[in-house]
Design a protein around this ligand. Structure first.
Ligand code: ARG
Length: 587
């Protein structure tokens, strides 16, 4: 179904047309004076010049046509030519009934579903997930769910960093620590020999120490480089077997962290999977004459005349013969095109990588790796900062691991729950996890994705204000009311009438959710869903204070009040689910 705003727009557009004006002038928006009217249309002002008429004359003519439309309770022309619009209750009730009957909860479904690949997460194998991985995971997951909710076909790909020098460093370090392992011998035979099971705790510590060692020890660094090259050549079965084992352990561990965050991926490809596409990529670049030599390296020029910043060429082969990050991304684009022919590829990656993506996208289009029409977008996310405005650190200045951060938040949530008489011990752990995740996710996602976020656990965890915890709390209250009334919370809502302003306002908030989804998708901005969820909670709160749901004795009115609760709960759950936030029953 269309959104309430779209429906009102089509009616006002029809009135413009009937009055002899361009229907495109009929765009309705939510009013910036909600105290006067919920909606407005400023089309008469925009059209005045073209029609050489005073705006109010146009507005008057349109208002006259709208007088016959039962969707409007009141249409008021305000000088110089605004149309203030108040829909009728009959219209709102009809919209509510349609929304309730709609399998998509009033979220308009795309007529041209797109296949979208979302590249997010992007963790590096053998390095523990840290706070820097939080925003890409939250944002990527919610964009994926948003696209799905709007009828598109999104696919999440984690794009593991499983191939570069970091892998060589880790294998080199293991070979120093455990020279006796058979996999380090060139005669290792994977058919008859096996690699030892890697311990995840040791693995977590191997990379940092290898990385530190390589910075002060030139010899080790060169050794790690040669291990990397040998691994990548595929000619050392022992290295390959060990690499697979590292990958297995690391991915298993990552899956646990992502599961805590309620984040999951359709594709678990890594940079290593791009490797087999590199020869074809090179052929394409060569055949197109795009590869040029520059200081011993092979590059593709991607600068354009209108560039405001210097746009360096993409380095395809370094002077030492190795290839780097851009080549992996280009080869991955080729793979994605061949496997899925996506309409769009969305990269949710730290905004500090924006130059890299601009170069890669230009090169991909220049070389025709994807059709001209395929949209490649980088959603550059900001960082999660500490109170000092710098990326969030542990107390001693180290990088905060993600599991550490989640543990802290979960403990804080459990602490709050222990005092609650509504939560029994068997639910405590799972509820604490959900509340902690809701707090962190909402604190992240309520901001535009490109901005930085200050990690403030006390603020995120507050029961008051615009927080995930407040929203979950509101849901438990709705549930409690329905339970006390002996009403099935999941039954379809029925709303017979509107008895007060608070009820009307709550209905508006519910009927605006579809539009919030539409806009969030159009602007690729999950934060708009956060706004809608918060507005819904605020409207519910006034409704709750204003109406006595449990005290109502008239059966029809009572059904309506329960209907408001059910509809609000359904919309809230839909919004939260799209943000990948899970509700709790009690708190
Ligand atoms: N692993 C990379 C890093 O740690 C991020 C990968 C982002 N995605 C991509 N397609 N380049 O910086």
């Amino acid at each position: 179904m269309n959104t309430t705003l779209q429906e009102l727009t089509s009616r006002v557009a029809a009135a413009f047309e009937a009055a002899g004006y361009d229907p495109a002038l009929g765009a309705v928006q939510t009013s910036n004076r909600p105290d006067l009217c919920p909606f407005q249309c400023n089309g008469a002002l925009s059209g005045a010049k073209a029609y050489r008429k005073a705006p109010f004359m146009i507005a008057d003519a349109v208002a006259e046509k709208l007088a016959a439309d039962p969707a409007f309770e009141k249409v008021e022309v305000v000088r110089p030519g605004f149309l203030n619009l108040t829909p009728s209750d009959a219209f709102l009730l009809e919209r509510a009934a349609q929304t309730i009957a709609d399998p998509f909860d009033g979220v308009p479904q795309s007529e041209n579903p797109m296949t979208i690949i979302l590249d997010y997460g992007g963790p590096n194998v053998a390095k523990a997930l840290h706070v820097g991985h939080l925003r890409t995971a939250n944002i990527g997951e919610s964009l994926k769910r948003l696209a799905r909710a709007c009828g598109h076909k999104p696919m999440g790909d984690i794009h593991l960093g499983d191939w570069g020098l970091q892998m060589g460093l880790v294998i080199a370090e293991y070979s120093v620590r455990h020279p006796e392992w058979a996999c380090f011998s060139e005669t290792f035979d994977p058919e008859t020999q096996s690699v030892p099971t890697i311990d995840v705790i040791e693995l977590g510590e191997v990379y940092p120490s290898a990385s530190a060692k390589s910075k002060e020890n030139e010899e080790f660094k060169n050794y790690a480089r040669s291990v990397t090259a040998t691994l990548q050549s595929g000619r050392h079965p022992g290295y390959t077997a060990l690499w697979k084992e590292i990958l297995r352990v690391s991915v298993e561990d990552m899956k646990k962290s992502y599961a805590r965050l309620n984040v999951d991926f359709d594709l678990w490809y890594g940079e290593s999977d791009a490797e087999k596409w590199i020869p074809e990529l090179m052929d394409i670049l060569r055949a197109q004459g795009l590869l040029v030599e520059s200081d011993g390296a092979m590059v593709v020029e991607v600068a354009q005349d209108d560039d405001k910043i210097t746009m360096p060429p993409v380095i395809i082969r370094k002077s030492d013969g190795s290839s780097g990050y851009p080549v992996t991304d280009l080869a991955t684009i080729l793979q994605r095109q061949r496997d899925f022919a996506p309409d769009e590829i969305w990269y949710v990656v730290d905004k500090r990588q924006s130059l890299h993506f601009t170069q890669v996208f230009r090169c991909a289009h220049k070389a025709g790796l994807v059709p001209e029409s395929t949209v490649l977008s980088h959603f550059g996310n900001g960082t999660m900062n500490g109170a000092d405005g710098r990326p969030f650190k542990t107390r001693d200045g180290g990088v905060m691991s993600l599991s550490n951060l989640l543990d802290t938040a979960t403990e804080a949530a459990a602490e709050k729950l222990r005092g609650s008489e509504h939560v029994d011990a068997s639910q405590l752990d799972e509820s604490a996890r959900r509340i902690a995740i809701a707090a962190i996710k909402f604190g992240d996602l309520m901001n535009h994705l490109s901005g930085d976020v200050t990690f403030d656990l006390d603020k995120f965890m507050s029961f008051e204000g615009k927080t995930g915890v407040y929203l979950l709390y509101m849901l438990t209250r709705i549930r409690a009311v329905l339970e006390k009334a002996g009403a099935d919370p999941d039954a379809d809502a029925v709303i017979h009438s509107i008895e007060s302003d608070a009820q009307r306002a709550l209905l508006y908030a519910n009927l605006s959710v579809g539009e919030a989804f539409r806009r969030a998708m159009e602007e690729r901005s999950p934060n708009l869903l956060c706004d809608a969820a918060y507005q819904l909670a605020v409207a519910f709160s006034s409704f709750y204070h204003d109406s006595s749901v449990l005290g109502e004795s008239d059966p029809e009115k009572r059904e309506t009040l329960l209907g408001f609760c059910r509809l609000t709960r359904r919309m809230m759950l839909k919004l939260l689910d799209t943000l990948a936030i899970q509700p709790v029953d009690h708190m």
